[in-house]
Write a new protein. Structure first.
Ligand SMILES: [Zn+2]
Length: 235
């Protein structure tokens, strides 16, 4: 069943809660079996996992930050500006089918990372871009904002908000709803996907220290759902 099972077995002796509040990184995610990926649905949605055996069932806390990585195709060069993809149509189709819609639907941020050109590699220097320290400070501020906002309702951050609480409590500028109505007409987003777009938009607003979600926050959040558009194009 792949690395996930081996890791679980190795760590089970220490504590059944070792994955809770941790980072679960699945490299080369299409290499995992469909069963393993499907079994992630419940923990990603509820933050818990049920283990059912003949003697009974147990529910463990399993809230993880899931990070996955994959190539655009088996040879790795699909869409590359320099190298030609050598995969057959059949191989591409099989690879694409492995990333099922429901799993992509539960991943908030889909980011394509194209290969750097030689001149970009050479011109990289440490003085450019935001430092990790300043990113960390912004993240700590946003987390504090979220903890203060949701404390009364019993949640610690935007990602933990269940659907019913989410829709009523987000705080949006007046023009966000018309923008969403218009934009969503052209997208095939599930209800769950839409909720995730809203949670991410709330977090983007928090990172800026904005009290209400504005149109640019929602537009940025939607731009991270590229995997869905990609998945549509693959079908
Ligand atoms: Zn290829």
């Amino acid at each position: 069943m792949g690395r996930l099972t081996r890791t679980s077995k190795k760590r089970a002796g220490k504590s059944p809660f070792v994955a809770n509040r941790g980072v679960l990184f699945l490299d080369e995610v299409p290499e995992f079996s469909r069963d393993v990926l499907e079994s992630l649905r419940q923990p990603l949605e509820d933050g818990t996992i049920n283990v059912n055996r003949a003697a009974g069932s147990v529910t463990y806390p399993a809230r993880v930050l899931l990070v996955t990585a994959c190539n655009p195709c088996p040879c790795g060069f699909l869409g590359d500006p320099v190298e030609q993809c050598r995969c057959t149509e059949h191989a591409l189709e099989r690879y694409r089918r492995k990333l099922s819609g429901p799993i992509l639907d539960r991943i908030d941020l889909h980011v394509a990372v194209p290969r750097l050109k030689p001149e970009e590699l050479v011109s990289l220097d440490e003085a450019r871009g935001e430092t990790s320290e300043s990113v960390r400070a912004r993240v700590v501020n946003a987390r504090t904002l979220q903890q203060d906002r949701w404390r009364e309702l019993g949640y610690g951050c935007n990602a933990e908000l269940p659907e019913r609480v989410l829709r009523r409590n987000l705080g949006m500028e007046a023009d966000v709803r018309p923008f969403l109505t218009q934009t969503l007409k052209g997208l095939r987003l599930s209800g769950r996907g839409f909720s995730r777009v809203l949670r991410v938009a709330r977090t983007i607003a928090d990172l800026e220290g904005a009290e209400k979600i504005a149109v640019p926050h929602v537009a940025e959040s939607l731009s991270y759902r590229k995997g869905e558009a990609l998945n549509d194009a693959w079908r």
